[in-house]
Design a protein around this ligand. Structure first.
Ligand SMILES: NC(=O)c1ccc[n+]([C@@H]2O[C@H](COP(=O)([O-])OP(=O)(O)OC[C@H]3O[C@@H](n4cnc5c(N)ncnc54)[C@H](OP(=O)(O)O)[C@@H]3O)[C@@H](O)[C@H]2O)c1
Length: 268
């Protein structure tokens, strides 16, 4: 596993398992499998309605708590200071944890600064080890950081082959905020298996197109949280740290950027 250092000094795995759309026993057993395969970061959210199932897998694992990195997110039910305080307690209860490694404001809600204030308090109390935001573009990020302290440690955003977000990444880096990519594989909406550049590089490195994409992102310093419900893909997605793309190969993949979203709901 490779790590990226947050502005708290904590290390966050560059690769994690996304759990959107994983429910019930399937969720618990996939998270357990992932932990056995060496995943250390699990990404959940109140919105995914699976924090308890993630918590069950954590309770069953032999991996030390210190080695795990658990992310969750406050959604619109926590749109206010008091509601966010309650939301933090709810996630701790659901996950059955004494602390959460990273807690995000899921989207730019009307009362996001008040929600963040609740996160800052939880951070000061040690209930949450790092705090951040999700789905903030450059303009919203700039506005948000005028009003909050400390600067968010992570901004989790849509980022994949077609929407690579280099300018946002630069801006975040300049402020010490790590960019984490959701839908790094384009949620299956991009046929990466047929993309000639990826196929060529996959052939060269004896990897799959998915592994080339995940390597490209992490080599940029963008953290990724691909989701799969297939154990063989869990394993496949984890084997991305044993090869390195050349600078010209990075540029070839960069040229596939269209600068366009795959999800209309992200346009606020
Ligand atoms: N903050 C936010 O607003 C936000 C929004 C969306 C997502 N997220 C987080 O980001 C995580 C990842 O995003 P995502 O689930 O939307 O999309 P994703 O990880 O980009 O893609 C998942 C899709 O790719 C397939 N897949 C996985 N590994 C593959 C491989 N090696 N080869 C080919 N196909 C593969 C999966 O199919 P199978 O399952 O059938 O293998 C699934 O259809 C989510 O689970 C969630 O934790 C956050």
């Amino acid at each position: 596993m490779e790590y990226i250092t947050l502005n708290t000094g904590a290390r966050m795995p560059l690769l994690g398992l996304g759990t959107w759309n994983l429910r019930g026993d399937t969720c618990t057993s996939l998270v357990s499998e992932a932990l056995q395969l060496g995943y250390r970061l699990i990404d959940t959210a109140q919105m995914y309605d699976n924090e308890k199932e993630v918590g069950q897998a954590i309770a069953q694992t032999s991996v030390k708590r210190d080695d795990l990195f658990i992310t969750t997110k406050l959604d619109s039910r926590s749109n206010g200071y008091q509601q966010a305080c309650e939301g933090i307690v709810r996630s701790l209860d659901n996950l059955n944890l004494e602390y959460i490694d990273l807690m995000l404001v899921h989207e730019p809600y009307a009362h996001d600064c008040a929600m963040y204030e609740a996160l800052v308090e939880a951070y000061d109390e040690g209930k949450v080890k790092a705090i951040g935001i999700s789905n903030y573009d450059e303009k919203r990020f700039e506005q948000f950081i005028q009003n909050v302290q400390p600067i968010p440690m992570v901004n989790q955003v849509e980022c994949h082959l077609q929407f690579q977000k280099w300018a946002l990444h630069q801006k975040l880096k300049a402020h010490g905020t790590v960019m984490q990519a959701w839908s790094p594989l384009g949620q299956g909406k991009i046929d990466i298996a047929k993309e000639p550049v990826l196929v060529q590089l996959a052939d060269k490195y004896k990897k799959t197109p998915a592994q080339i994409v995940l390597r490209f992102m992490t080599q940029r310093g963008v953290a990724v949280i691909p989701k799969t419900k297939h154990i063989e893909r869990l394993e496949e997605n984890s084997h991305i740290f044993d090869f390195k793309l050349l600078p010209e190969e990075m540029r070839m993949i960069q040229s596939l950027d269209k600068g366009t979203t795959l999800f209309s709901w992200t346009e606020y």
